[in-house]
Design a protein around this ligand. Structure first.
Ligand SMILES: [Zn+2]
Length: 393
């Protein structure tokens, strides 16, 4: 099942914000929520009742009284109300459970062989979610197994996902996955909402909610084995008409010679600046390197060839980003993924951006690393589900 995510709580005191205040301890009563939101007690009560009826909030005991009737305390249920999240990468997957405020409860990283195909890979990862929730899956019924309160599962895929259907469309480096209906496959195995998106979008959502929620316009680059980006516009994840917004992987960059790309064109950003491209380019120069970890190690050691390639990659990313920044005028550009720690790449990306952008676009532009760490993807996946669950309430 795939649905549009909830509109941003443009007004203070939307259900998501009420939930967050309780989850973070900023509010323990309706009166606190009324004070924080500026909403009338009756409006707050109405929204709280809706959240309680959905099991997203509960009333726990009595709070401190300042004379008169003791107020009932609000809490986020601790009886295991969680969302499951899967952030699938080329070689590893991060799988976790998160509470309804978006905090990680449990998480672990599993090795993945993407070439084993979608049924095997997703089947194993859903089983891992079930294990984390605290019970083995009963046949076809993950949600009620062991009485746990799984509210939904969010899944990030390292390839293009058609948003309306949850289907994967022409991914690079994912043999056997083209056209696969992830949402339908998962819906047959769990009886809670399953929401599918691409990994860069989920990184963007996770990073925005944890670090930049006060900013309305942001671009997040995910630079790992592949390369992509997610866009936050007016405070919301912007997917465009089909879900491909932000996919910069096949934008053409200046490169001579232009290396061939998996898409059939040549000189695509992905063919020049992705982790996979760096591995290929180093091998062609006779440097025996087996994977991205090896490339990063060489760059950290100051290897001349690897460093030159990283600079070239940074310039290529900067060229494309400059177009994006001039066009979109974000407040922040943040880079995440395994290449984000690669200093020569970051430095030349930054230099190219300043060189190619309008002064007005870069005057107050923040250029940062995504700070949220390895759980940023599952955090974004969880927020996607939480927004859906709260919207339904
Ligand atoms: Zn391409």
């Amino acid at each position: 099942m795939t649905i549009d995510d909830a509109p941003r709580d443009a007004l203070r005191g939307g259900p998501r914000e009420l939930l967050r205040w309780v989850a973070t301890g900023a509010a323990v009563s309706r009166a606190d929520l009324s004070r924080l939101s500026g909403l009338s007690p009756s409006t707050v009560s109405q929204r709280v009742e809706a959240l309680i009826s959905q099991g997203l909030l509960e009333e726990a005991g009595a709070g401190r009284s300042r004379g008169g009737r003791r107020p009932r305390q609000l809490a986020v249920p601790t009886g295991g109300a969680v969302v499951g999240a899967i952030d699938l990468g080329a070689h590893h997957a991060r799988v976790g459970t998160l509470d309804l405020s978006g905090r990680v409860v449990k998480a672990r990283t599993l090795p993945v062989r993407i070439e084993d195909g979608p049924e095997a890979v997703l089947g194993a990862l859903l089983a891992e979610v079930a294990t984390l929730v605290g019970s083995a899956p009963a046949a076809g019924d993950l949600a009620v197994a062991g009485g746990s309160a799984l509210r939904g599962v969010g899944i990030g895929i390292p390839g293009p996902v058609q948003h309306s259907t949850g289907r994967i469309v022409s991914p690079s480096r994912m043999p056997g996955w083209n056209g696969f209906d992830v949402a339908a496959f998962c819906a047959g195995r769990v009886d809670v909402p399953v929401i599918v998106d691409n990994d860069a979008n989920l990184m963007a959502l996770g990073a925005h909610r944890t670090a930049h929620s006060e900013l309305d316009h942001a671009v997040y680059i995910k630079a790992g084995t592949g390369i992509g980006s997610g866009v936050i516009a007016s405070g919301r994840l912007h997917r465009g008409a089909q879900g491909s917004a932000g996919d910069i992987s096949h934008c053409r960059v200046v490169a001579d010679p232009a290396p061939p790309c998996t898409c059939g064109n040549a000189g695509c950003l992905e063919a020049v600046a992705s982790g996979a491209a760096l591995v290929t380019a180093l091998r062609e120069q006779g440097v025996p390197v087996s994977d991205l970890t090896g490339v990063i190690r060489l760059i950290d050691d100051g290897d001349r060839q690897a460093t030159a390639l990283a600079r070239q990659a940074g310039r290529a990313v900067g060229e494309i980003l400059a177009v994006v920044v001039n066009f979109f005028n974000p407040q922040v550009v943040a880079i995440g993924g395994r290449l984000a720690d690669c200093e020569p790449l970051l430095a030349s990306m930054r230099a190219t951006l300043y060189e190619r952008c309008l002064p007005l676009a870069t005057q107050t532009l923040l250029i940062e690393r995504v700070a949220a760490g390895q759980d940023v993807g599952i955090t974004g996946a969880a927020h996607l589900v939480i927004d859906h669950v709260v919207a339904a309430a």
